[in-house]
Structures are given as C-alpha cells and as structure tokens.
Design a protein. Structure first.
Length: 226
C-alpha cells in the first residue's frame, strides 16, 4: 500500500519521504530540518512566542512525517508556553516507516524518540505544556476548530494538490484564525498571496529556505486594523 514511499536523505543530512507517485518529496531536498525550522519554527512559532504569548493553538495542514510538530515540541521545552496542536493528515505513514525516521538522533535529542512515536499514535500526545492530536482525514471533509493562533500550511504544492489551495478551502482555514493569528507556508504562489489578501490578511513575502527565494507569512488583521 505504501510501496510508492521511500525515505531519502536531504542536503542537510536529515530525512524526508519521497513519494514516487507524485515524484515529489515531503520536504525540501535542500534540507528537511533546515526548511521546517526556517518556515514554521522561525517565521511562525518563534515569531509569536517573541510577542509574549503564554499559549498557542496550532493547526497544521499536512502533518506528514510529524517533523514540524516534533520541532515545535522541542521548542516548547525552551519557551515554557502551552501549546495545543492539531495535525491534519489524510494519508498517514505506516508504523514501519515512522520507526525509521530518526529526527531525534539528527537533532541530538535521542531521548525524545518515544515522543516522536507518540506524535503519530492514535492517542496523540499529552504532556505538561504540549498536547497533540492528529486527524487522519481530508481537510475538506472536516469541521475545523476555531481559535487558532498559528497555521502551519504544509500540504503538497498547488501543482500536486490543487484542491488544497483553493480560495474556498483557504477561506475556511483563515476563518478559524484568531485576529492577529499567523499562517506560514513555504508556498509563495502569486494567486495564493492574492487570496490571502482578499480574506483579510496582511501578507509578507519573506526570504525562503535554501533553494527557495521566498516564503509567505500572513497575519489576519484585527478589526481595528481593517
């Protein structure tokens, strides 16, 4: 069932998944951890943490390998803020492949490998300052929770999964954000940015990770900023 998937190394030495059917990888071949840190942790999580937040509610579209969630978990140990994390993944990885993903070793945090496994477990993960649940379904079919402070938009790109980049779906996702909430993604497609602006977001084109010129950070305007 998952014979089309294989683990490959990226240029920073960290792993990603190659989907041979789509002929694309789950992360940048220029560096999986490097990309995730740059786009989601630095431009998203740390950006909001620096604003003095005591809690963050995070929604990830495209949970995939769980790398973004794992990096977020490690960061919460430093920032001492409470994180409620919901991942959406229509095509979960098999347990055998999850066992072969050793991000904990790459990040010199081998003692947290069991945490990484629990990110993918049906029961999710609940710790003192971090709780996570993953829904294995198509995001289009779900009723999404509201009150999200941060959206990690990490689906396959518009050319591979065009249904996940429509104005209709994006409107639903932006509609779950708190005023001042942030959406971050590696995608810098012009139409995507125009859609975000149409939905009431201030859109920043930031320098991208290695191999990509730009990334996007969108902030939902507060009513008095409109």
């Amino acid at each position: 069932m998952h014979n089309h998937l294989e683990i490959v190394l990226t240029r920073d030495g960290s792993q990603t998944i190659l989907d041979n059917t789509r002929e694309t990888t789950y992360h940048s071949i220029n560096g999986a951890v490097t990309e995730s840190r740059h786009v989601f942790i630095e431009a998203g999580f740390k950006y909001l943490a620096a604003q003095g937040k005591s809690r963050l509610k995070i929604l990830e579209i495209g949970f995939g390998t769980g790398l973004n969630a794992f990096l977020t978990y490690l960061e919460t140990q430093k920032y001492h803020l409470d994180v409620e994390y919901l991942g959406i993944e229509a095509n979960p990885l098999p347990d055998t492949m999850i066992e072969q993903l050793v991000y904990s070793e790459y990040l010199q945090a081998a003692s947290t490998q069991n945490v990484f496994r629990h990110l993918h477990a049906a029961s999710g993960l609940t710790e003192a300052h971090f709780s996570l649940k993953v829904l294995n379904d198509n995001v289009e079919d779900l009723t999404l929770p509201s009150g999200n402070d941060l959206i990690y938009y990490d689906a396959f790109g518009p050319r591979d999964q065009s249904e996940l980049w429509t104005l209709e779906l994006l409107s639903r996702i932006v509609g779950t954000m708190t005023p001042g909430g942030v959406l971050v993604t590696y995608c810098a497609q012009g139409q995507f940015k125009r859609n975000l602006k149409q939905l009431g977001c201030d859109v920043e084109s930031l320098p991208g990770p290695p191999g990509k010129r730009e990334m996007v950070r969108a902030t939902l305007r507060k009513p008095n900023d409109a």
